[in-house]
Design a binder for this molecule. Sequence first.
Ligand code: PA5
Length: 445
Amino acid sequence: MFEKLPIALRTDYLRPNVTEEMICARKDQIELADNLLRSRRCRGAAYTGWLNPDKILSEEELARIAETAARLKRESDVLLLIGIGGSYLGARAVIEALGQDPDCVAYAGINISAAYHSRLRAKLEGKRVAINVVSKSGTTIEPAIALRLMKDLASTNAKQLIVVTADAKKGALRKLADEEGYESFVVPSDIGGRYSVLSSVGLLPIAYAGVEINKLREGAARCAELCKSTDPLSNPAYYYAAARNLLLEQGMTIELLATFEPHLHYLAEWWKQLFGESHGKERTGVFPTSALYTTDLHSLGQYVQEGRRDLFETFIEVRDDGPALAIPHQDDDVDQLNFIANKESEKERTLNYVNRVAYEATALAHRHGGVPNMTVVIEKLDAYALGALIYFFEIACAVGGIMLGVNPFDQPGVEAYKRNMSEILGRPGYTQRPLESGKARYVSF
Ligand code: PA5
């Protein structure tokens, strides 16, 4: 394990629902999907620019990202990242997981809440704020509103402190950058938002937060190399993709991505978007949701153990999870924890070990309770491993989606609420209609 890459997939608790034989029986399907993807003949083939992570950016662009991030860092206390969905989640996932100081990046345009944006303005008061506004379309309402609301925070030196990441030619944001002379980066035309974290979309804010972007890219590139194998027994990403589809066929329509590391919360959020938007269409797809253990074992745990049996679990386990924190000995032993604190093995007296035991115990209990589960194991949480993990999920998602028969690169369903908003708000070009709540029915006291 971990010889070639710091990632492995534990599969024993998938049995009996999913066995190696069942996965191997899908080999032809995997090969076909892989071939359609790599020969750019799959549905949505125009959005496969993420396939080769080391080719997404030129050396010049990479250097400019690093320079701009360093300049913004010198000239500001906080980077306000304005963007939503694929235009911010990947960056936030990496920053929260690895950033030395994750609080040096704040987020706007991720909702339309007045309370959220007012509090954010108050929090940023007196700080030197730089802004990176990211939108491929340039028309998404949440970041567009946030830019209007927040732009003045960088006004001491807006020309220097506002950086735009947008389509190369199209859209309001590109026009704004050109007119105002803001420094700008390009959202690659062949990469959709949820696959864009390793492009300038994610890398600029990630570099600002002090994460080694070259290591992130290296990890992804190495994973891409290893994922060329179409043998699911030596390519855990394809094993994972095939296992999910097999479980779906058995009526397991919900996947719970669970981790015991709170700083992976946003990785789970990114993963939810990746799989939710890529597979959830044409009335199929596994519904992706997530849990943070052990916190959620005290809320959702009961349901997972004994509720409806239509879910499976994927754990993310980090083997070396940072500095070991020893559980202290206490003379009175009133809480009866000295049986841990007094263990002979130094390792077994640590919080890290107890957390690992919590994972093992949970995976076993849930398997016994009828929840098949697998575990993506990472050797340690660093930029290299995280880059590899990001690619692992991207390729699994793409190939799994092709096997499912959907286009894993579009998101037509996201338009429905946007169209309704445009009509109700009376956006030019749309037929105005009133708020439905005039006709709504309520039950009230
Ligand atoms: O993955 C996607 O394509 C979406 O999540 C988009 O990134 C999101 O809707 C934001 O779109 P835009 O970047 O055009 O503002």
